[in-house]
Design a protein around this ligand. Structure first.
Ligand code: NCD
Length: 308
């Protein structure tokens, strides 16, 4: 069964093309009429989410499925039900797919072991966020004019990911897809916000200037305070001074450099207002593309064998 658990196992080429066909369809008609099915896709969110959940909900609607949003606070999860039992319960009610966001790394894999329906990982702890990485890749693919997705089309491009790498599932999944497409990826954070073991295939630095110098893409990340042990970051002001993506720091980048952020952004912390809202920012394009990519991922998981 085609689960969507990690970035490495995604059929990237197929998903980029599917996402692009959703973009074209929805650009022609933003409110298509859809034949509804008498079937449900469960969105099981054990952590807060705005854009990921809204995009998956819209993806369900586009495919004619009813999205059933289940949050930890308002379900039997709050009564101590295990993840496995929640998944078995949803299977017994014939849900066609289950989208899971969970604070623990590996939770979607555990769900996949007991599920009759495909599982889509919408972010597990500091581990993986495959559909976010895919939407980031799709955003760059469009930006660079849809090069052959089977080629190393990001080769020669320097991509700086700056922020709380240690707790970021977005950084990990992105690293997989960006390097596979040939990019040179730089990870930049203060020492306490880098992983204990260096991540493979990436350059690592504590110096934001070194990271962004001659970059084609700068991706800022939020400080994931909900996953952070106390005292990891002694001074927010020092963090702003040394790592914030602001106009001054962007003087070092390549002329056509673009700025990305998975959201939610903390204005004035990891990114300045001016940059977040500026001409180089692809942040809202990423959000929009998130809908196309979730529609593509859900379609793939539900009908893997059908041609796109
Ligand atoms: C990210 C997440 O939840 O992993 N957001 C998202 O899905 N767009 C990043 C974050 O929370 O900072």
């Amino acid at each position: 069964m085609p689960h969507v658990l990690t970035a490495a196992e995604l059929p990237v080429e197929d998903l980029l093309r599917r996402a692009d066909s959703w973009r074209q369809r929805l650009t022609e008609n933003p409110t298509p009429s859809v034949q509804p099915r008498a079937a449900i896709v469960a969105l099981l969110f054990y952590e807060p989410s705005t854009r990921t959940r809204a995009a998956f909900e819209q993806a369900c609607v586009l495919l004619g499925y009813h999205p059933l949003s289940i949050t930890a606070e308002a379900s039997s999860i709050a009564k101590g039900e295990s993840l496995q039992d929640t998944v078995r319960t949803l299977n017994a009610q014939d849900v066609q797919a289950i989208v899971i966001r969970h604070p623990q790394a590996g939770a979607p894999h555990i769900a996949a072991q007991v599920s009759d329906a495909p599982i889509l990982n919408a972010g597990d702890g500091a581990h993986e966020h495959p559909t976010q990485a895919l939407l980031d890749l799709y955003t760059l693919w469009l930006h660079y004019g849809k090069p052959d997705p089977a080629s190393r089309w990001l080769s020669g491009r320097k991509i700086a990911i700056v922020g709380d790498i240690r707790h970021s599932r977005v950084a990990r999944s992105n690293l997989t897809l960006l390097t596979r497409a040939g990019a040179e990826v730089w990870l930049c954070a203060p020492p306490a916000l880098l992983p204990d073991a260096p991540l493979p295939n990436a350059h690592t630095t504590h110096n934001a200037e070194e990271a962004v110098r001659n970059a084609d893409v700068v991706m800022a990340l939020r400080l994931q305070t909900e996953r952070m042990a106390q005292g990891l970051l002694p001074s927010l002001n020092a963090y702003r001074r040394d790592y914030q993506i602001h106009a001054e720091r962007l003087r070092l980048v390549k002329p056509h450099c673009v700025v990305m952020h998975p959201g939610p952004i903390q204005r004035g912390v990891e990114i300045s207002d001016e940059v977040a809202d500026g001409a180089q920012s692809l942040i809202l394009t990423q959000v929009r593309n998130g809908v196309y990519v979730r529609a593509a991922a859900l379609e793939y998981a539900l009908y893997e064998s059908e041609p796109s």
